[in-house]
Design a protein around this ligand. Structure first.
Ligand SMILES: *Cc1c(COP(=O)(O)O)cnc(C)c1O
Length: 365
């Protein structure tokens, strides 16, 4: 397929498939579907270092084209689907997968069908699926019900499933670990991630493992994954029928990659923990106010998890820690303006009067 490509040597990031072609299952003939995903910033967070004594870095996955890490897996899943001749991709989603599938399908000129739990998807995410022209169906059930139906349909109809049970998704997502190793020169001591279906937890572990095999890294980080307390099946050791949390991206009661995640935990001397919603929102505020990174609630659980583990004495001083924050704060902005009592933060209103503005800002007369 003759595709327009950036000029050789251009500094524009080419998306994870072109950047890591030798480490993914693609050939010169693969019809790459990319929106330039990956190459996201890994930012030092000294404010979190002061709070925990660790050397903390934040992998800001909200900087992907549709605002979440899902794009890394979706470029690969849609590319492979198109390579196999698919005209329709289908997914179940708490929001970000549908936004990503819709965008990549639009770019490829194919159809995305998305199944979402009724009334449970943040407006920012739903608006993306609408804007990109997805066929959206709200199910009167949970995410887990949506995934069951998507799998059933993909089994018997010519529709291609692009949930993270699709190995192409995990393959694309492993590239985030490659980027971390490139920036730091080795794997960190700890890597903290939010956990929903546990696909990303699994993907990072695979990426680090491959980097060790390739001689790029010398060690495996301890993989620490976090679920919301009201939606913590892996921590509890059993599915949760009606998961509840404000962190809608990880409101999942029966993770698709559960078994893979347990073996990844064992392989990495890892850990799964549960965090209460109030702690998640507190961590979201700390990250926006002290580091300058605005993330959606589910993403802030990495920060909350670090604060909790450090308090428990489980993160040695000076340990190098990477936190993946998975989605942008603009996806689900309502929580940032909500006060503890449920009312909304309203910036002060004044007449058009310089003196009044000066006085409110404490600038004197
Ligand atoms: C999908 C998603 C997660 C959960 O990732 P899994 O691979 O399902 O564990 C976490 N945060 C955000 C913002 C997501 O979109």
């Amino acid at each position: 397929m003759n595709q327009p490509t950036p000029k050789p040597g251009s500094r524009q990031w080419r998306g994870v498939i072109r950047e890591y072609a030798s480490r993914l299952d693609v050939t010169d003939a693969t019809p790459i579907v990319t929106l330039g995903e990956g190459g996201t910033p890994l930012l030092p967070a000294p404010a979190l270092g002061r709070r925990t004594g660790a050397d903390v870095w934040v992998k800001f996955e909200g900087m992907n084209p549709t605002g979440s890490f899902k794009d890394r897996g979706m470029t690969m899943a849609v590319t492979k689907a198109v390579e196999r001749g698919a005209e329709v991709v289908i997914c179940a989603s708490t929001g970000n997968t549908s936004a990503s599938a819709a965008a990549y399908a639009a770019h490829a000129g194919i159809t995305a069908a998305v199944l979402v739990p009724e009334g449970k998807v943040a407006m920012g995410k739903l608006s993306q699926a609408v804007a990109h022209g997805a066929r959206i169906i709200q199910l009167q059930g949970t995410f887990d019900d949506c995934l069951d139906i998507a799998r059933e349909l993909a089994d018997v109809h010519p529709v291609h499933l692009v949930n993270s049970v699709n190995n192409d998704r995990i393959e694309g997502q492993k590239t985030a670990a490659f980027e971390v190793v490139e920036v730091l020169g080795d794997a960190p001591d700890f890597h903290f991630v939010p956990v929903g279906n546990a696909g990303n937890y699994t993907a990072y572990t695979r990426g680090y493992r491959e980097d060790i095999q390739a001689g790029n890294a010398t060690r495996m980080p301890r993989m620490f994954g976090f679920q919301a307390a009201g939606s913590a099946p892996i921590v509890r050791g059993e599915p949760v029928r009606d998961p509840e949390t404000i962190a809608s991206a990880i409101r999942i009661g029966n993770p698709a990659s559960w078994e893979l995640a347990l073996s990844a935990r064992d392989e990495t001397d890892g850990y799964f923990g549960a965090i209460a919603d109030e702690r998640i929102l507190e961590a979201q505020r700390i990250l926006s106010a002290e580091v300058g990174i605005f993330v959606e609630p589910a993403s802030a659980i990495s920060v909350a998890g670090l604060l909790e583990r450090a308090e428990a004495g489980q993160v040695p001083a000076g340990a190098r820690v990477v936190l993946t924050v998975t989605g942008h704060g603009l996806k689900d902005p309502q929580w940032a303006v909500r006060r503890a009592d449920g009312t909304e933060e309203q910036p002060v209103v004044v007449p058009v009067d310089t003196a009044q503005v000066a006085s409110l800002l404490g600038l004197g007369a």
